[in-house]
Design a protein around this ligand. Structure first.
Ligand code: TYD
Length: 200
């Protein structure tokens, strides 16, 4: 099974992924937690752009090309081989939903972004953790790690809309989760959906 979490920076993906991993390992599954951008060659280039480049709308095409190359490598080298093992579940923090939302918000046509991502493996289930951009940015500020390229309020408002529109653009099994609630409540919604998929 291939599970993806996506959404705004500050939406709480990290905490939910930790909880889900614990739950699935506890039920005997063989779990790989991974993320994009990766720590590979393209992922490293992306991270340096994210730190150094402050204008969120700049460098859209370059970002698109790097995220797509990073994803291909991630699938070929990590995700696909792991999914061949018995009882394997991959939980991926961000995937092509981020490219559709972020690089489209940066200004690339949605059709072009979809076209470049359409041959990638489709996840079994995708959680889009949704919350107001103001709440997300306040959480990012609280971390005190400084702001990255895309962590700017107006950009994040547009981004949220684009994440919520993904259901109209794709046929994927997308579950939009209200991530403004308490951690326990958010996880409860996720666990319910996972139990459905697993037949628990
Ligand atoms: P993030 O999950 O914030 O990584 P980290 O915790 O290591 O900073 O991802 C980095 C940023 O890259 C984030 O703002 C989302 C953005 N992004 C895209 O613009 N397109 C993509 O395809 C992906 C995967 C991420």
């Amino acid at each position: 099974m291939f599970i993806v979490f996506d959404g705004l920076d500050g939406s709480g993906k990290g905490e939910m992924i930790k909880r889900l991993e614990k739950y699935l390992v506890g039920n005997g599954f063989n779990v790989l937690v991974t993320r994009e951008p990766t720590d590979g060659e393209y992922g490293k280039q992306i991270r340096s752009i994210l730190k150094e480049e402050k204008d969120p709308k700049k460098g859209a095409e370059r970002c698109l090309s790097l995220f797509v190359k990073d994803r291909q490598e991630h699938l070929d080298e990590e995700i696909n081989p792991f999914l061949e093992e018995t009882g394997a579940i991959v939980i991926c923090d961000r995937y092509y939903y981020s490219t559709l939302a972020f690089q489209h918000t940066q200004g690339v046509d949605i059709e072009k972004v979809v076209f470049q991502n359409m041959n990638f493996r489709t996840p079994d289930i995708v959680f889009i953790l949704d919350l107001p951009a103001e709440t997300a940015i306040a959480r990012v500020d609280k971390r005190g790690a400084g702001k990255e390229k895309f962590e700017e309020l107006e950009f994040m408002k547009e981004l949220r809309k684009n994440f919520l529109n993904l259901g109209d653009v794709l046929d994927d099994n997308i579950k939009v989760i209200d991530a403004s609630k308490s951690k326990d409540k958010v996880f409860e919604q996720i666990k319910k959906e996972i139990d459905d998929v697993l037949g628990f």
